[in-house]
Design a protein. Structure first.
Ligand SMILES: C[S@@+](CC[C@H](N)C(=O)[O-])C[C@H]1O[C@@H](n2cnc3c(N)ncnc32)[C@H](O)[C@@H]1O
Length: 419
């Protein structure tokens, strides 16, 4: 309950809140698993449970975290012991949702999604929308990205095993390992020595898709606290140059600390303030520009459950405009042969393929690069859309975050043929 209250109060994700709680310091892995499992479940079911409680037990919403936790337990068929007095029954909770008359409202509530998201997912995914939304209520696998500057994945597995942390190779990304239990990985010596960062496999695939050439120059335009920057720095083997920009100073501060821990010294963090000639100059000589765009985050609700309730349809409209602005700026910088990688952790087509198609319509000189051309056919096959052009990941299909990425290239100029 402390974790649920912390997430609701601060807007932070469950992992972050758990890491900050003194009461969980030194807790056994099994205890952490139970706490994290329930917190995820409660926060995932929040919109459905709130709706049900509003009609059958509104007084429980007075202490939101407590009411939601108890009602989610009842919904899951768990008897909350002496707390059960005054709680609705499982059947009452279900009926409160099933009796909603409007089918769109009923579907959104059943799957604990805001109506504007549920409608869009149904239009885009059809019957699969239910499975995708259901998967977003479950606990996300805990993936770590091996820092190749310290050692390879096997070396990381051995180091973690020495500290009692049991991991297995990830399913999709060659840099990924997945934790088999809920051990506190941030308390390990391996973490302090920069051997890994916690990062979903989908984000690791975005790093792989950036694929900078040896000694290459990369602009990471929306670097934030550097999840992907760190992976790119390692992919370059600490050579070349990465300019990591963002509009958020606090995130860049966090990036500096992470760079030091990882031993990455080919990255320059840079705070964006309006038009920036230094960034434009760097970008004009770049091999890759990554836009890890600000988005609704609908694909990463398991990790940031607050986005389920805090992001609005008005926010979507503003985000769509920001994404287009970023795409236009980056496309104008691309030198011949350079690539733009556009990524979001959203499941909404408007933020994903539709934005890329919009860019290509405005900039017909640019071309899409097939994912298989970058990652190889064997890797790309199961993680692309039907056209093979877009990285397209879903929690219900791939287990990782809902994620999208595309690679766009400015073709090299053809040398004129002599007759
Ligand atoms: C999805 S997050 C980036 C996450 C980061 N790349 C990572 O892997 O950890 C999007 C970032 O875009 C930044 N952002 C928002 N508007 C921006 C803009 N106009 N220019 C550059 N960055 C922007 C936000 O501050 C946020 O850090």
């Amino acid at each position: 309950m402390e974790v649920v209250a912390g997430c609701i109060g601060s807007g932070r994700g469950t992992a972050e809140v758990m890491a900050s709680l003194a009461s969980l310091r030194g807790a056994a892995s099994s205890e952490r698993a139970v706490v994290s499992g329930w917190a995820t479940r409660v926060l995932g079911a929040r919109l459905r449970i709130e709706r049900a409680l509003a009609s059958c037990a509104p007084e429980l919403l007075g202490d939101r975290a407590l009411g939601l936790t108890l009602a989610t337990m009842v919904e899951a068929g768990v008897e909350p012991g002496s707390w059960s007095a005054g709680l609705p029954t499982q059947a009452q909770l279900r009926a409160a949702v099933e009796e909603l008359e409007d089918p769109g409202e009923r579907f959104a509530t059943q799957y604990s999604a805001p109506r504007w998201v549920a409608d869009r997912l149904r239009a885009h995914l059809g019957d699969d929308a239910a499975a995708a939304l259901r998967a977003l209520e479950a606990r996300a696998p805990r993936a770590l990205r091996c820092n190749l500057l310290r050692g390879d994945r096997d070396a990381l597995r051995s180091r973690l095993a020495q500290e009692g942390v049991d991991v297995e190779p990830g399913r999709w990304a060659v840099t990924a390992v997945t934790c088999r239990d809920a051990a506190d990985v941030f308390a390990t010596r391996a973490f302090r020595a920069g051997w890994f960062e916690q990062q979903d496999e989908a984000s690791q695939l975005a790093v792989a898709l950036t694929a900078p050439p040896p000694q290459g120059r990369v602009l990471d335009l929306c670097a934030g606290s550097g999840g992907k920057t760190l992976g790119i720095a390692a992919a370059l083997g600490n050579r070349g140059a990465v300019l990591a920009t963002d509009v958020h100073e606090g995130r860049l501060r966090a990036l500096r600390a992470r760079l030091a821990r990882a031993g990455a010294d080919n990255v320059t963090p840079h705070l964006l303030r309006g038009d920036d000639a230094a960034v434009a100059r760097f970008a004009a000589g770049c091999d890759r520009v990554l836009i890890d765009a600000p988005c609704t985050g609908t694909g990463s609700w398991r990790r940031r459950p607050q986005a389920r309730v805090s992001v609005t349809e008005q926010d979507l409209n503003g985000l769509l405009q920001t994404q287009r602005d970023l795409l236009c700026r980056a496309a104008a910088w691309l030198k011949p042969g350079a690539r733009l990688i556009y990524a979001t952790c959203s499941l909404l087509a408007e933020e994903n393929a539709e934005q890329v198609r919009w860019l290509l319509a405005r900039r017909p000189e640019l071309e899409l690069v097939r994912v298989a051309e970058v990652l190889g056919g064997g890797v790309a096959g199961p993680i692309t859309d039907a056209s093979g052009m877009f990285l397209s990941l879903r929690p219900d299909v791939h287990g990782c975050d809902g994620f999208f990425a595309a690679v766009v290239r400015r073709p090299r100029r053809r040398t004129p043929q002599r007759s």
